[in-house]
Write a protein of this length. Structure first.
Length: 462
């Protein structure tokens, strides 16, 4: 039996912003792949990672803008907290800021962190509360279980089976999650806000984390804590997203089944609820894909255990996910042949599901340059006029990386990923906010017969 301890940080809460503000819920960016986690979850098992903050100006034009991030003492920023943004036009596009940080000593609780803005002639600020939980992953005779410890109790998630083996093994067929309360509660609804989007995303983070092990993508290395490199790193990330998104589709971006089960089962007066569990079985229509609409018949069974009885409710319903999708994307590289030690430029565009081009901070983009399974270098795709992007908000997302001198020569492969961003306004009622989850891959991906992802572009490395 092997346990890996995790801490998850979730960002939410009311803000204090004026013209300059945090535009969307901050989220974690993986330190190696540079892809984003669903909706603001930070995982201590990753250790060093990036805090991604999208900021914008909703007022008159501002000049010489700076942003300073403040975090709780148990989270360590590994770079200066102040970043220079430059000039922001009136009612501007979102600008992406990345802060490298260590979560190794993060503690359970609900701390607050903030961003302070400075500009010629004034200051501004925006603040968010944080939620820190402690969890663990267990590999016990083939059972993959994730437990998330909170001040109120323990939520446990288990993947029971997958759709198929490679390459679509990331899509779940059967899974469950349950809640056991430290202090059993009376009444119909529990103390944990399972109508809040954070709790729904907790399950997605769990399945995303477990998926690479269950599917055999770097399984031994992941369990032993060894690094995954090259194309295998891209595959691990994509398979993990498949798990998370299939679980999200089951959750339907609406009130999650824990809350729905509570609504449909009423304990007797005086009974205390000890635990709640939901079991899912999914029958997919066709082969699901990341970034493409999907349909499935979902059977879910809710079980409430009280100190005096067991209550359950089951139903089967058709679920269609057309939210986390797009109509396509393009990727190009320049130059076509690059010498080690020189810069490679990756440019990408994305057509949203409504047929219009994505611009600015509407989506988050990243890419990997890999050479087989030997090595990789990652970059962020930006459309905010910073870090190599020529024109802000023009729909062309640009990323620049320097090819390491030690990078293998030959044909390099480029894998690009776009993810959606949760722009639900702060202060939105939980039952409404729970209908939206961000951070999901909205670009489709082809797989070859060996179960490896097909690259978006290639480049010759000299």
């Amino acid at each position: 039996m092997r346990w890996i301890m995790l801490v998850v940080l979730v960002l939410s809460g009311p803000g204090l912003a004026g013209d300059l503000k945090i535009a969307a819920r901050p989220f974690a960016v993986h330190r190696d792949r540079l892809d984003a986690s669903p909706d603001g979850f930070f995982d201590i098992s990753v250790g060093t990672q990036y805090i991604a903050v999208l900021v914008r100006n909703d007022g008159p034009a501002k000049t010489n803008v700076t942003a300073t991030l403040s975090v709780p003492e148990d989270i360590t920023l590994l770079e200066p907290p102040t970043k220079a943004i430059g000039n922001l036009p009136a009612n501007s596009y979102a600008v992406l800021l990345l802060y490298k940080a260590s979560f190794a000593t993060a503690a359970v609780g609900k701390p607050e962190f903030s961003v302070s803005f400075g500009y010629d002639g004034g200051t501004d600020g925006d603040a968010w509360s944080a939620f820190v939980a402690r969890g663990s992953r267990m590999d016990d005779g083939g059972r993959l279980i994730y437990a998330l410890k909170t001040p109120e109790g323990t939520a446990t998630f288990e993947i029971l089976s997958y759709l198929t083996s490679d390459p679509s093994c990331g899509f779940v067929k059967e899974w469950s999650y349950s809640v056991r309360y430290d202090t059993p509660y009376t009444g119909q609804h529990g103390p944990l806000a399972f109508n809040d989007p954070w709790w729904k995303v907790a399950g997605l983070v769990a399945t995303c984390f477990l998926s690479g092990v269950a599917c055999g993508v770097g399984a031994g290395k992941m369990l032993q804590g060894e690094p995954i490199k090259g194309a295998a790193l891209a595959a691990a990330g994509l398979v993990g997203r498949s798990v998370a998104q299939s679980a999200a589709m089951v959750g339907r971006d609406v009130i999650d089944p824990i809350r729905r089960g509570q609504d449909l089962t009423v304990p007797a007066p005086g009974e205390k609820t000890v635990s709640e569990t939901v079991f899912f079985t999914v029958e997919w229509a066709g082969t699901p894909q990341l970034g493409a609409p999907g349909t499935a018949n979902v059977t879910w069974r809710y079980v409430r255990v009280t100190d005096g009885n067991i209550y359950s409710h089951q139903l089967t319903e058709e679920v269609t996910d057309a939210l986390h999708t797009s109509q396509g994307y393009t990727v190009s590289v320049s130059p076509g042949t690059v010498t080690r030690g020189q810069e490679l430029i990756v440019a990408a565009t994305l057509t949203k599901s409504d047929g219009t081009p994505a611009r600015g901070g509407e989506v988050y983009g990243s890419f990997l340059l890999t050479k087989d399974k030997l090595d990789h270098v990652a970059g962020v795709l930006r459309d905010d006029g910073l870090a190599g992007d020529v024109t802000a908000n023009d729909g062309t997302y640009t990323g620049c990386v320097t090819v390491p001198l030690t990078f293998p020569t030959g044909t390099g492969q480029v894998f690009a990923v776009f993810q959606d961003v949760n722009y639900v306004a702060k202060g939105t009622a939980p039952l409404v906010a729970a209908q939206t989850i961000g951070g999901f891959v909205i670009t489709t991906r082809a797989w070859d017969t060996a179960g490896q992802p097909v690259p978006d572009a290639t480049v010759t490395i000299d």
